[in-house]
Write a protein that binds this ligand. Structure first.
Ligand code: GDP
Length: 367
């Protein structure tokens, strides 16, 4: 074959008779197109969210939850556009052991609020849903009324990744919900582990639900969680449990007096309620409104949000540094041999870590 006939072709296509591969670029472009299929331009997501379109909101949240880099980068753009429309809601965290009545309470409380013309979004952080499919906050069948309420939006917990990753996704989802006009964001979690600290770090008001008639140790609630609470509600204060609930109220009120005062100047409130009958639901809203007014008046509300944003920045730095470190090829090249030295007592843990960090820093400098 005369060379000039193919002179316009790439070197990859010079050999006849061999099936020609797509060029790298073609492959990348077609993969990109495939991935892009079904996706809208960023502005359309943002417009849909701003118009309160729940389908678009859900689709954008799915992008936040996706592990695909393309989805992640689109999600980040959407978030960036939504940020200055966010921040205007009251963010309420709700925790308590499984069975205490969280979903029943949120159903009653959320319905009460939508009845007052508020727009309520319910998000969740459920660490159990990462490992097993069965989550502690099992979703679909819960909150049946609220899930068909036009002024409510319910989104179950993101299910993949570390608690840090799940918390980040919920925080980003919160921004989109606020941009969509939801002025009350409820973030629910189970009171059995670390996740309530993550929720506490992203809400304005933290509500702990307790059962009547069982000590806090029995309920698996740690002192640290009680200290975080702005209000404790003894739920199921109905029928035969009314007296027990009142007793629990006195006990918890006394216990709270022993805790150091909160920097907000707020004295945590203990009340009884019944998510089933609706008793105490209105009072709960009054308590939260009183808190909000007080915290806005003394500047604590804004300061707390700024401090939360600062903390999130630092924890994001840590998370990203950690990821980058463990993905670094040089670190991975030396990790096994340094671990071996550690096992053979040739090097201390501290020095092993230091050596790896030096390797990482050296590689970064060269990049
Ligand atoms: P969660 O696991 O904390 O979300 O708890 P659920 O909302 O699923 O409630 C657990 C059980 O307690 C369900 O059978 C509810 O019907 C019941 N329950 C919830 N709230 C109340 C209440 O105020 N009074 C009574 N008697 N039962 C309640």
């Amino acid at each position: 074959m005369p060379e000039k006939e193919n002179s316009h072709e790439s070197a990859l296509r010079m050999q006849q008779g061999v099936e020609q591969p797509e060029t790298v670029n073609e492959r990348a472009v077609s993969k990109y197109k495939r991935l892009r299929k079904g996706l809208m331009p960023v502005e359309e997501y943002v417009r849909g969210i701003r118009e309160g379109n729940r389908v678009v909101l859900s689709q954008a949240i799915t992008l936040i939850e996706s592990a695909l880099p393309l989805h992640q980068s689109i999600a980040q753009e959407i978030i960036a556009h939504c940020l200055h429309h966010a921040g205007k809601s009251m963010r309420i965290g709700i925790t308590g052991v499984p069975g205490v009545g969280k979903s029943t309470f949120i159903e009653a409380f959320g319905t009460y609020l939508t009845g007052k013309g508020r727009k309520v979004a319910v998000l969740a952080i459920d660490p159990s849903s990462q490992r097993s499919k069965g989550s502690i906050l099992g979703d679909k069948t819960r909150m049946e009324m609220l899930s068909t309420d036009g002024n409510a939006f319910i989104r179950p917990s993101p299910s993949a990744g570390s608690l840090g990753g799940v918390a980040r996704k919920t925080r980003e989802t919160l921004i989109l919900c606020e941009a969509a006009g939801f002025d009350l964001i409820i973030i629910e979690t189970v009171g059995v582990g670390q996740s309530e600290t993550a929720v506490h770090a992203m809400v304005d008001f933290f509500l702990l639900l307790m059962l009547p008639g069982a000590g806090d140790e029995l309920q698996g609630i740690k002192r640290g969680i009680m200290e975080m609470a702005d209000a404790i509600l003894i739920n199921k204060a109905d029928g035969e449990q009314v007296l027990l609930a009142k007793l629990a109220k006195t006990q918890y009120s006394n216990a709270l007096h022993l805790f150091p005062p909160s920097p907000s100047g707020w004295m945590p409130v203990v009340e009884t309620c019944s998510a089933r009958t609706g008793d105490g639901i209105e009072r709960t809203w009054e308590i939260i409104s009183e808190y909000r007014q007080m915290a806005l008046d003394n500047g604590y509300f804004q300061n707390k949000r700024l401090e939360q944003a600062r903390q999130i920045m630092f924890s994001s730095i840590e998370e990203q540094l950690k990821q980058d470190f463990y993905r670094n090829p040089e670190v991975n090249r030396f990790l096994a041999s340094i671990e071996k030295d550690l096992r053979e007592n040739k090097i201390s843990s501290y020095m092993a870590a230091r050596k790896l960090l030096m390797i990482y820093a050296g590689h970064r400098r060269k990049e």
